[in-house]
Design a protein around this ligand. Sequence first.
Ligand code: EPU
Length: 429
Amino acid sequence: MEKIFINGGRPLQGEVSIDGAKNAVLALLAAAILCRDTVRLDNIPNISDVSIMLHILDELGADVKRINKNCVEINTRHFHSGVVPHDLTKHFRASYYLLGALFGRFGHARVAMPGGCDLGLRPIDQHIRGFEALGAKVGFEENAVISLQSDQPMGSAIYLDMPSVGATINIMLAAVRAMGNTIIEGAAKEPHVVDLANFLNSMGADVRGAGTDNIKIRGVKELHGCEYACIPDQIEAGTYMVAAAASGGDVLVRGVIPKHMETITAKLVECGARIIEYDEALHVTAPAGLRACKIKTSYHPAFPTDMQSQFGAMLTTANGISIINEGIFDNRFRYMDQLIRMGANVKVDGKVAVIEGVKALRGAQVKCYDLRAGAAMVIAGLMAHGQTEIEDIEFIDRGYVDMVGKLRAMGAEISRRDIPEQHGLRNAG
Ligand code: EPU
């Protein structure tokens, strides 16, 4: 079992470069299915979710060529649209984009329900409603397989009950080659939704309004190949900004789109960090004692739920009482019990956490419950006195490129080692 070990208490110093956005690239990789030509995608992050998506495409008959560690070429000319089984989809949420993409290309799809981080109930009723509006006959088969079938997908008006990222992306994938016009009302506005629209338009689609709550799609018959570079990862950048601030550091976060970072930047400044904005970089410095704050996570452009855990870790030693209200998922505070093991003073009541700042955290053995909770454990380890040992770190590999190497380059005392499992001694929780 691999673990991360951190000797905390050293401010991060130096710079860090941000990789491509996980939640954008997974949609772009699925979108590559929509045309028979080769698409070349750049700024692809080398993370396990991407490897699994490429593996799925390969299994379905795509020709996948790694040009270098950040660039792939995909050709799905000889693709077959067989069942995508649970074995392949269980690893991550974005596997459900195969439904929209296969339906968009072939008019039919059979894909097992997606896996992904356990953040509470994660229904997909809005996706299903969208597919039905486009003319799909939806079936639920054995082994959790969802099937979509239509002789001719037809554009339609779709009103989402909430601005779901997944449903917006899936409907875009399904609609770009449908006959006629589609309107998604109440669409998600996240940067990765805009990135997907730009990519689809580079392939010859006609998508307008992405980034607003009303996306208009005029269906086209065919899409063609293109070259495209994925946007930088807003959440990876935010994670290193918080790590810099939480450790009292001085870090230049390079390769970002500062506009995407605004709510995160504003919240860090409210807590006492100083941030200087450049064209494609943010310079973060922070005093030793940060201030408490209030956070409510919600849909873009509000504070992102994917930054909630990292701020949760940072606020454990901020002066005063912080209140975090999780507005998106039912169950995204499980990591708090691990922070309590490190000396944090936290009370959780449903979707609200109250954090009373303590003087310092103490290193401890902790585990990751999900991807962003894993990032929170690393930040807590950087802040803590003494050694922190983090297990279940495969969650971190799902969304962060070489987090240990990047932090070590900024002066963190952090390593990753393979430790033989000692039965009965795990922090079983
Ligand atoms: N929802 C429904 N019905 C639906 C779809 C969503 O009730 O059909 C609810 C969800 O239960 C949730 C809310 O709507 O309460 C928002 O869900 P959304 O569909 O927006 O989220 P998602 O597509 O499942 C993506 C990201 C998550 C990120 C959320 C919110 C990907 C692959 N995943 O999930 O990323 O937290 O949007 O921004 O893009 C992560 O990267 O760590 C992560 C969890």
